[in-house]
Design a protein. Structure first.
Lengths: 195, 195
DNA sequence: CAGCCTATACTCGGCACCGGATATACGGGA
DNA sequence: TCCCGTATATCCGGTGCCGAGTATAGGCTG
């Protein structure tokens, strides 16, 4: 059976091990330090599952079992040639091919007609504010990272996220206005249904 | 135990049943017809799991068991008062509070430094083209829906998605240019690592 | 040096989810 | 009337994922 590219955490593991051998807990620490868990969901339970799966497919191997002091044993893993190939190929796919995803907001906004227009307006404005705060937080983070001397390429994904968030905020602002002024298509019917 | 809002398919079920009672298969059909499965992932296996879970939490009830002709029995469900409350509350949350999500492209682009710049450029351009095609397809779909006399509110989520996709396309175009011209921060180092 | 908190390192049971299997009914062509 | 493809309707076994639990070591405080 060929390896299934479900959990992106496996991608992170391959990427980390392509730097140097590590044991799972160290991978988690490194991901934290580098703010990688912002982009790839990290969960201890999943980490060990994923590592074991990668080992099963011989994309990584247990290269050593250390025993420092009286701590629990820790297994250090290293990436194999097949693992490196998988990493690169997966990466290419992730970048070149847009995957079908299901953002939760799309699900929510598609049913917004079920709520009264006045409520909808308030909720959308709340989201607009929240997105604004996220943007501000990202700006601060970028400042910090740049101040540490990290090049733009090291936080390129944050750059991307900011671009998307700005678009979302703009759309929310438009929708709020259109709702407030009743210019969104189908508004009259919408209001009628809620009185 | 309170109901866990994991699978958005449960939201779709509540929304459909708030129109009129249905049996699971009919829900699936209706979702298809309305292009709802574009926004909410539909899977027959999950559908029955989710319906059973909703029933267990008494958010819906089995209102009848039909037996038309000699077909398999079909259980028709109806939403309860608690179910309607849950639907509205969940909806409010989805709209007002941005959820932490992990788009796969972010994971990919965050590791783009592992690929040679020339390859990265090509991949990003491929994605840009693909996103362009998605936008074109959405425009066609919008045209069709509007032609059928549906108001904007009925396909508001597509409007949102187009806004986000346009932002993504613009960002990809920027990144492609910055890579081609070597103006992305850290480019020299990037190129050095790949020779 | 007792006591407590945090960091280290992993384990495990449960469950939601998914893909594919199952089984019957219906309609249309040869 | 036989056959086959499609529509109807549901079920189920496997698996990946997650959160919470476990256990020891080291460090800090009074």
């Amino acid at each position: 059976m060929t390896f299934k590219r479900t959990n992106p955490l496996a991608l992170a593991v391959l990427a980390l091990l392509s730097e140097r051998p590590m044991h799972p807990y160290e991978m988690a620490q490194t991901m934290r330090e580098r703010h990688q868990e912002e982009v790839i969901k990290l969960n201890y339970g999943s980490l060990y599952t994923v590592v074991e799966s990668l080992r099963g497919h011989e994309l990584i191997t247990a290269s050593a079992v250390q025993k420092a002091g009286n701590r629990p044993e820790r297994t250090v893993y290293a990436v194999t040639a097949a693992g490196t190939a998988e990493l690169h190929d997966w990466l290419r796919d992730l970048i070149a091919v847009p995957a079908k995803e299901y953002p939760r907001f799309e699900a929510g906004i598609s049913l917004v007609g079920l709520l009264p227009p006045a409520d909808a307006l308030e909720l959308v404005q709340q989201r607009e504010a929240a997105v604004g705060e996220q943007l501000a937080a990202l700006a601060v983070l970028l400042e910090k990272l740049a101040g540490m001397g990290l090049p733009q390429l090291a936080w390129i994904e944050l750059d991307y996220r900011m671009a998307v968030l700005r678009a979302e905020r703009a759309w929310l602002a438009w929708f709020a206005t259109a709702t407030r002024e009743g210019t969104v298509g189908g508004y009259d019917d919408w209001e009628d249904r809620h009185r």
